[in-house]
Design a protein around this ligand. Sequence first.
Ligand code: CTP
Length: 477
Amino acid sequence: MTAMRRATGAAGGARRLEGRLVALGVTGSIAAYKAVELLRLLTAEGADVVVLLSASAARFVGPLSFAALSRHPVETELMELLPDGRIGHVVIADSADAIVVAPATAHWLGAMANGLAGDVVTAACLATSAPVVVAPAMDGDMWTHPATRSNVARLRDAFGYAVVEPGSGPLASGQSGVGRLAELPAIVDAVVAAIGDRPVRQPAVDARPPLVAGLPREADLVGRHVVVTAGGTREPIDPVRYIGNRSSGKMGVAIAEAALDRGASVTLIAADVSVPLPDERARVVRVETTGQLRGALLEALFGGGGGGGAPSPLAARFDALVMAAAVADFTPAAPADRKLARGESLSLELRPTPDLLAEVARIVRGLDGEGSETREPVTPTPLLVGFAAETGSLERAGAKLRAKRLDLLVANDVAEAGSGFGTDTNRVVILDAAGGRDELPLLSKREVADRILDRVAGALDDRDAASQTAGMQEASR
Ligand code: CTP
């Protein structure tokens, strides 16, 4: 199971570092390999982690493992600039909510105590105003040496750093004593405590450390059929005019592309979109109106109407539906079949469109229009993901998730800068049916897509594991 999967698995409970950017400084101790697991634990608590590696640490663990797990390029060279010309350790110092140095060698403690910024880890610590947590690891005699004692005291007392003392046990030298890197959960606890209730910094995307470009997620959606809707529907007023909305379709298309990259077979039902569609890799169905979207959706999901005379239990033709389309809420009651001529005024009678997602959810859960059970739920249970574009507070989002009977709801404030229609970035909150709330930082739409699919892939794996266990119990009866 990957770090990402575990991270999302923990999302039901409160993740203590949600929305935080944590810089992990690794220096050249034999315990450097433990920093990989520490990264996983920090990620599982919801942190976005960026790694700084001293040159000697890189001889123990290569930057590639850290880059793959953190999805950020690893900062190793003090004198090298980021591809966009920024100074990496300064970007990290300015954007991180905390820096944790683990393992910290005796040499590093000495350099830090004296402000000798000869490596990226010391340089970032010198340049930051964020809390710093230090977890030393070294041989027992080095730890008790007066030089180390005074360096540690300086870091703790003069700089205000939190020091997670090493534990005792067998050491790399073959001896036994105090000097082993502290237990990793204790280091995570120290990071959580050091950040405390400081406000989340969450700087704009261009002030954060860059992401590794194109690092693929694992192929965790192979064998899954994911249906995605994207773009805004258009409701005709007459043959040339329509009521539309400002959706660009970027978010839905990013989800379709991310799902394809993770091995899913994808049906993309696209209403009005202003971005190119992945039509060579996905099955793309173009629609214009809400009525057409409904028809295409029911066809892709259930092979037709999904109600009335359909067999019960109905088999799902899909594993997950991600409903990113901006569906018109109203449609002209009587669209004119000829172009309307200009007149003094024009009144349009609008009638509400059916709530497509709620309708799909009712079919999946075997309910009728009133919400009473009338048939077996669809098997295996597909996952339903809705979007809620709100302006201002996201308070209504939880009620929407329940009213529409969804598994996940991705809510965003479309009035916020950098979020919403036409932008390349989005800041969303993912709500789940168990009451979990995952507040993501401002991310590229592609990264948001992958975070949503992390949840989808994890939930589908859990679904299959649960039905396998149920099957085994059944068979053993
Ligand atoms: N949706 C739908 N059918 C509609 C309207 C919306 O399937 N007629 C879906 C959207 O694709 C989205 C989710 O429902 O995934 C929430 O859409 P939103 O417009 O935020 O919610 P509404 O139910 O329309 O509520 P309101 O407009 O009152 O905010």
